[in-house]
Design a protein around this ligand. Structure first.
Ligand code: NAD
Length: 487
């Protein structure tokens, strides 16, 4: 199986190679096979990408917002036409089952291009401020060259969720995908050119944790938008702050789902399973601490166990497969070590806990795992695992569960399942998170803002709110009379 792109980078409208860069191997997680070899960007490639973006941005920003919007909407159309091909590539890049990628990856990227392409014609309007005789007006202007740095769990979606609002607002983007999943973003760059974007408006370069800092500290870069872990976020935000650059930080989480005793139990189990097992648990907003009211604990766990054991694990290219492997061997090792800690610290293993017997070969498979009787101080309840490991904790009382749910440095997401709507709103009001769900979980349509609070980051992706993070206000005071001075 091969997925070798024409070259490693896409700059100024064309594929570019520089074999001096360190080799990045793209590994298909279902077999462990190397499916492409690419090169990390050298300093020369970085200069080329940023210079091209800087040139292109001037022209792009001079287009009317509606004209930029037309290009983005065209890109959305092309992505939808090629959904199958792009989804197959995403499956090779990440190991996520085609059943998921066909509905969640290129399609959510296309939604983003379509949404921002649609709203931009009016979303960049400024205001007019009367001041008596004088007056002022504001303009919303792009920042310039912006850098996007991606994680490996949603490579195409992240490339689009950053690219669409950035380009709509009149910026040019240099995007660096994760070194673990280098393939998808190159296709997005190709599609934007096909849709009519000027060369250089969206460049993709490859690289790892050595390459990222070179982009972040480049003097011609006005903003960095990172999707990644909290430790990386601290480094990137620190480096950007030293040059007073704008940042958006989409970081990790340890989000709570609270299931009250009046909840529809099957629905709450669906929410908890979606929020722990989709994409083999590799989703930042996952609700990995599931607080279940003691009165329904037994029935919740027995149904959860049965439904978890029925998940079809296997070949990601088979339409029937519901769960694929983890993205890498290293990530599986990390998750297995957390499972060992859960067992050692006294949590009850309800199901899973190892490598499934049902799949053979060299793939990075792992069983969907549920721990019960988890307490707040256990490592598995405190640290982000980023794999299919659900921790079920018990609670008695509303005030108690809110306090425990908030007792974390993270604040990405939270969910509540209850039939009592005043309780639902009262509880979400007190939960410390950027994105919350009532009686559902992990739905992130482009129309709603997405992002975290506390150590999970700042800035928002999606919705009109994202445009504020890719533009700034320019204020013009217009003096209508003579300029008076006391001197
Ligand atoms: P990571 O932090 O290891 O890497 C993220 C990206 O940052 C990669 O492209 C990497 O090459 C780059 N990078 C690493 N060090 C850097 C540095 N010093 N300067 C600049 N760039 C650097 O994260 P990961 O393992 O790829 O992804 C998993 C993490 O991402 C999890 O913590 C997850 O919660 C988080 N995540 C968050 C969201 C969100 O929207 N909040 C979405 C997906 C994933």
């Amino acid at each position: 199986m091969k997925a070798q792109p024409q070259a490693s980078h896409f700059i100024d409208g064309a594929y570019v190679e520089d074999t001096d860069g360190t080799v990045i191997e793209s590994i298909y997680p279902a077999t462990g096979e190397v499916i492409a070899r690419l090169h990390a960007a050298t300093p020369a490639i970085i200069e080329k990408a940023i210079a091209s973006a800087k040139r292109a941005q001037k022209e792009w920003a001079s287009w009317s917002p509606a004209a930029r919007g037309r290009v983005l909407k065209k890109a959305a159309e092309i992505m939808r036409e090629r959904n199958r091909e792009l989804s197959e590539l995403e499956t090779l890049d990440t190991g996520k089952p085609i059943q998921e990628t066909i509905v969640a990856d290129p399609t959510s990227g296309a939604d983003s291009f379509e949404f921002f392409g649609g709203i931009i014609a009016t979303a960049m309007n400024g205001s007019q401020i009367p001041l008596g005789g004088d007056w002022a007006y504001t303009k919303r202007v792009p920042l310039g060259v912006v850098v996007g740095i991606g994680a490996w769990n949603y490579p195409q979606q992240i490339a689009c969720w950053k690219g669409a609002p950035a380009l709509a607002a009149g910026n040019a983007m240099v995007f660096k995908p994760s070194e673990v999943t280098p393939l998808g973003a190159l296709k997005i760059a190709e599609i934007l050119i096909e849709a009519g974007a000027p060369k250089g408006v969206y460049n993709v370069i490859q690289g790892d944790r050595e390459t990222g800092p070179l982009l972040v500290s480049h003097p011609d870069v006005a903003k960095v938008s990172l999707t990644g872990s909290v430790p990386t976020g601290r480094k990137v935000a620190g480096a950007a702050a030293s040059q007073l650059k704008h940042v958006t930080m989409e970081l990790g989480g340890k989000s709570p789902i609270v299931v009250f005793d009046d909840a529809d139990i099957e629905s709450a189990i669906s929410g908890a399973m979606l929020g722990n097992f989709y994409s083999t648990g590799q989703v930042c907003s996952n609700g990995t601490r599931v607080f279940v009211h003691k009165a329904i604990k037994e029935v919740f766990l027995s149904r959860l166990k049965a439904r978890t054991e029925a998940i079809l694990i296997g070949d990601p290219q088979d339409e029937a497969t519901q769960m694929g492997p983890m993205v890498s061997l290293a990530q599986r090792e990390k998750v297995l070590s957390y499972i060992d800690k859960g067992k050692a610290e006294g949590a009850t293993l309800v199901t899973g806990g190892g490598i499934p017997n049902s799949v053979t070969g060299e793939g990075f498979y792992i069983q969907p795992t549920v721990f019960a009787d988890v307490t707040d101080d256990m490592t598995i309840a405190r640290e982000e695992i980023f794999g299919p490991v659900m921790c079920v904790l018990d609670f008695d009382d509303e005030a108690e569960v809110i306090e425990r749910a908030n007792a974390t440095e993270f604040g990405l997401s939270a969910g509540v399942f209850t039939a009592d709507f005043s309780r639902a709103h009262r509880v979400v009001d007190q939960l410390e998170a950027g994105t919350l769900w009532i009686n559902t979980y992990n739905l992130c349509p482009v129309e709603i803002p997405f992002g975290g609070s506390k150590q999970s980051g700042f800035g928002r992706e999606n919705s009109a709110a994202a445009l504020e993070h890719y533009s700034e206000l320019k204020t013009v005071y217009v003096g209508m009379g003579k300029c008076e001075a006391p001197y």
